[in-house]
Ligand binder design. Sequence first.
Ligand code: GLN
Length: 391
Amino acid sequence: MKTFSSERASKFTESVIREMTRICLKHQGVNLAQGFPDFPAPLEVKEAAIEAIRADFNQYAITWGTINLRQAIAEKFAWHNGVTIDPEREVTVCCGSTEAMISSLMAIVNPGEEVVVFEPFYENYGPDTILCEARPRFITLHEPDWHFDEKELSQTFNNKTKAIIINTPNNPTGKVFSREELQFIADLCLKWDVLAVTDEIYEHILYDGAKHISIASLSGMRDQTVTINSISKTYSLTGWRVGWAIAPAHLTASIRRVHDFLTVGAPHPLQEAAAAALRIDRSYYQTLARDYQERRDFLDRVLEEAGFKVYLPNGAYYIMTDVRHFGFSDDVAFARYLVEKARVATVPGSSFYSHPSLGATKVRFCFPKKMETLAGAAEKLRKFKAYPPLI
Ligand code: GLN
């Protein structure tokens, strides 16, 4: 009998991150799995969305985004990331950074070409490379500081390398790539004519004085970088699905074509409100980082007290932990036990690795939550310590 499902679609599974949210709902647990805030978005941005709907910004926007939003993106990229861009020719507004990433990769990569991916990686990059029929080349980020081996990276670049995916601050490790590391990557990109595709959605969520650097700001890289960002994490608006890709004009032309036929465009009124978000008073970003620092420090303490080995993040809003000493067969068994018995949902570490065995001792917690939600999780995790071991 004919198999109707394509081979392509059978090469990956449902997102484990989103599956954990469903399991969490079933057990009425605290969701520290899928990274989305449970606190409100800024009032003025919500008001801007309501106003935009009232003012009838309710039909399709230009497929690559309203000029108002593209201008706001360019203004912010100039003051915050130090790169000047042309909003008319170098920005594509998409349905979230998820679509910006897949549209960009589909616009860049030919089947069989190689894409370098640091591992562990945000799970979407796996299916993204499969959908482009690219060959992913994984480069290990080594614990506990998640550094990469320069020699390994140099030896991976070759004539077939088309792009390298960077995610800084990094999901799931919390690594913030240093200027030296980014310069090393940039030198390889320039030497081998490779594009940097950089996902910077956590750029404002930084701890202990860490600094975010955009690889596009390094000498020679402006025209060899696709910078992906969104309003989801910075303004706590993950459900609005507004993101974008910034790329040199010739690449933007390709990205816009792919984007047009994938989604036509992001929601028009929410694009108008996103422009307001990007122009928010700059003190907002300090408050955001300070509040996240409090949440990170709290969850770190709770997890250490509950017996987890914690990899303290420098950025983003996740904590990777090692759970091997709890004596479970693997990360999935542990995560299932934790959500069913302690009612705290996490993401099994294997979701972030090319081979499940590589992440079998890890689980990821997220903490974009009200302090009271984290306190509720803390209570549950304290009890978890008292449970009898499973084996
Ligand atoms: N980026 C978030 C995470 O890693 C949410 C992912 C998603 O479901 N789009 O949990």
